[in-house]
Write a protein that binds this ligand. Structure first.
Ligand code: G6P
Ligand code: MG
Length: 213
């Protein structure tokens, strides 16, 4: 028996490793603007929405950008990203992801997805797991990205479950902060030294055990 009534998953870095595709697309965009970009910097962008990520990258540029220029650069990055994810399939599911989703379903809990990615529906479709979710937040309807609690609160509301009865699953520092400020239990995927705000941290969903949280 689980003490929760719903589990709300992040997508990128939890269910599939799109972080690498985001990295490749941001790296080529940053370098086209003369900005150095590496894996360490990419860590700061996990869970951060598209325009927020662009602002962080352009903060290291020697020039300033108009809002129109920024939108054009964000579109350019997104087109590249969409090209990279166009060949994704169920083989891109991270180990343990489907088992975890099935275990939550078997336990009779509701299942939500809270990703700030505007490509989340496409990625779920390519992975072939869209029907495993009772509710997927449309990132286009979210005003404040993670670490604001808005996206997790919206998922809980639409699932008809009180935040205190929700378990949130996240790989990013900003995402864990979003779950905690929504008043939910946070399961971190990654390293406890990084995800210090999480209630429990596991290495990957292969270690997911609903009854133990
Ligand atoms: C996720 C990823 C971020 C990405 C964001 C927006 O949170 O972790 O790296 O920037 O989604 O993705 P999008 O597909 O809308 O550009
Ligand atoms: Mg993530």
């Amino acid at each position: 028996m689980s003490r929760f009534k719903a589990v709300i998953f992040d997508l990128d870095g939890v269910i599939t490793d799109t972080a690498h595709y985001h990295y490749l697309a941001w790296k080529s965009l940053a370098e086209s603007q003369g900005v150095h970009f590496d894996q360490a910097f990419n860590e700061n962008l996990k869970g951060i929405d598209r325009m927020g990520s662009l602002d962080l990258i352009l903060a290291s540029s020697s020039r300033t950008y108009t809002p129109q220029e920024k939108l054009a650069l964000a579109d350019e990055k997104n087109l590249h990203y969409q090209e990279l994810i166009s060949t994704m399939s169920s083989s891109d599911l991270l180990p343990g992801a489907v088992n975890a989703l099935n275990a939550v379903r078997r336990a009779g809990l509701r299942i939500g997805l809270a990703s700030v990615s505007k490509n989340a529906f496409t990625v779920l479709g390519r992975l072939g797991i869209t029907d495993k979710f009772d509710y997927v937040v449309d990132a286009a309807t979210i005003v404040r990205g993670k670490p604001d609690p808005e996206i997790f609160l919206k998922a809980a509301r639409e699932l008809g479950v009180a935040p205190a009865d929700c378990l949130g699953v996240e790989d990013a520092v900003a995402g864990v902060a979003s779950i905690k400020s929504a008043g939910m239990f946070a399961l971190g995927i990654g390293h406890p030294f990084v995800l210090t705000e999480a209630d429990v941290v596991i290495t990957s969903l292969t270690d997911f055990n609903l009854e133990s949280y």
